[in-house]
Design a protein around this ligand. Structure first.
Ligand SMILES: NC(=O)c1ccc[n+]([C@@H]2O[C@H](COP(=O)([O-])OP(=O)(O)OC[C@H]3O[C@@H](n4cnc5c(N)ncnc54)[C@H](O)[C@@H]3O)[C@@H](O)[C@H]2O)c1
Ligand SMILES: O=c1ccn([C@@H]2O[C@H](COP(=O)(O)OP(=O)(O)O[C@H]3OC[C@@H](O)[C@H](O)[C@H]3O)[C@@H](O)[C@H]2O)c(=O)[nH]1
Length: 356
């Protein structure tokens, strides 16, 4: 319930949650759980849809503007009677009747989220006029408005980037972060921080049932091949026989979670009684040089590792403290990096047309 929050007294809501939609009690009501997944055509979203669709009691609606996602990721569900796909930008209001909302819509790769931080003045087609801050702020407001209107529970996929360039290591949820508010990454990390604020304000003021996941770097099949994120870059480079581009100094660390573990964690959080924020990630921590060496060893021992220039404000270290996820969700990741990379390699080889 909304008042069973995990983060202290200040989160106690003023009001009970709004009543569920009257449609649920209409003669047409079916016992199914109707679930909206925003950003469901993307990498994590499409794996989440696969898992939700396994349960025959679930009806899934995906709303996506296809900025970084693709219908191809959902092709096996298109035409299924329990599945609907809507081309929709979450910066516009959405009127649907649902019981749960997984709100993922937001470009996640730094090259995409820095592409159009506010609003492009160019005459590019609408789908590339990406608006990272608007997606995070107005998009989250719209989805909270929807949750309020229909009495749905809403889960936000926040990010480890809310910790910025962290001075506490590993990062527990109680750490408030070290974020540059005026840097090139701010549209994303400050955007997500505001989205978290909105979630808690709606929870306190309107009694909305909220869940916040702070996701740490996640990898797996279906990542965009030219996504720019480190794991997809290294795997594509190794398969193409190109040098692996380690951005200097290469000693910066990340902790990588395989996507099926992530999806299980998100569903646990949605179904459980804790608002979060809860870190969901794999605590196995690697420097970028170690990651490049592992990819080289597993995928192509002949490729070179090349040091290239980094981008501003790159966090120097990141590793989740997942004590809360273990205790409150009884969740922890199962797939080690060395086991997950080959699963991703298979998918990338198929899409690149380069057999082993
Ligand atoms: N993958 C990670 O490592 C990671 C880490 C932390 C947080 N997250 C969060 O998880 C979520 C999913 O990330 P992902 O890796 O699957 O990214 P992704 O880019 O593959 O997916 C994002 C999806 O959202 C859609 N989208 C973007 N803006 C939209 C808008 N305004 N309206 C409707 N749809 C829109 C895109 O088209 C895409 O399908 C994001 O919210 C991201 O911030 C991801
Ligand atoms: O080719 C590359 C790409 C990236 N890198 C390095 O790899 C590290 C990770 O970079 P990524 O772009 O994959 O991802 P980041 O950790 O910077 O950001 C990610 O964090 C969590 C999520 O919210 C997002 O998915 C994304 O913003 C950085 O230190 C970067 O400098 C390389 O060494 N080589």
């Amino acid at each position: 319930m909304a008042n069973n929050s995990s983060n202290g007294d200040h989160q106690t809501p003023k009001k009970p949650p709004p009543p569920p939609s009257p449609l649920r009690f209409s003669k047409f009501f079916q016992s199914n759980m109707r679930i909206l997944v925003t950003g469901g055509a993307g990498f994590i979203g499409s794996h989440l849809v696969d898992k939700l669709m396994e349960n025959e009691k679930n009806e899934v609606i995906v709303a996506d503007n296809y900025f970084t996602g693709s219908k191809d990721n959902l092709r096996k569900w298109i035409g299924h009677p329990r599945f609907e796909l809507i081309r929709h930008d979450v910066t516009e209001p959405l009127l649907v009747e649902v019981d749960q909302i997984y709100h993922l819509a937001c470009p996640a790769s730094p090259i995409f989220y820095k592409y159009n931080p506010v609003k492009s003045q160019s005459n590019m087609p609408a789908y590339v006029l990406q608006q990272t801050i608007k997606t995070n702020v107005i998009g989250t407001l719209n989805m909270l408005g929807l949750a309020k209107r229909v009495g749905a529970r809403i889960l936000l996929t926040s990010t480890s980037e809310v910790y910025g360039d962290p001075l506490v290591h590993p990062q527990p949820e109680t750490y408030w972060g070290n974020v540059n508010p005026i840097g090139v990454r701010s549209c994303y990390d400050e955007g997500k921080r505001v989205a978290e604020t909105l979630m808690f304000d709606y929870h306190r003021q309107h009694g909305i049932e909220i869940r916040i996941a702070r996701i740490f770097n996640t990898y797996g099949p279906r990542m965009n091949i030219d996504d720019g994120r480190v794991v997809s870059n290294f795997i594509a480079q190794a398969i193409r026989g190109e040098p692996l581009t380690v951005q200097a100094p290469g000693t910066q660390t990340r902790s990588f979670c395989y996507v099926s573990d992530m999806v299980n964690g998100l569903i646990r959080l949605m179904e459980g009684e804790n608002t979060g924020p809860i870190n969901i990630g794999n605590p196995g921590e690697f420097t970028m040089i170690e990651l490049a060496e592992t990819v080289k060893e597993l995928i192509n021992p002949h490729v070179e590792i090349k040091m290239v220039e980094n981008t501003p404000d790159d966090p120097r270290q990141r590793k989740p403290d997942i004590t809360k996820a273990k205790e409150l969700l009884e969740w922890e990741p199962k797939i080690k990096l060395r086991d997950g990379l080959p699963l991703m390699e298979e998918d990338f080889r198929q899409r690149l047309g380069v057999p082993k």
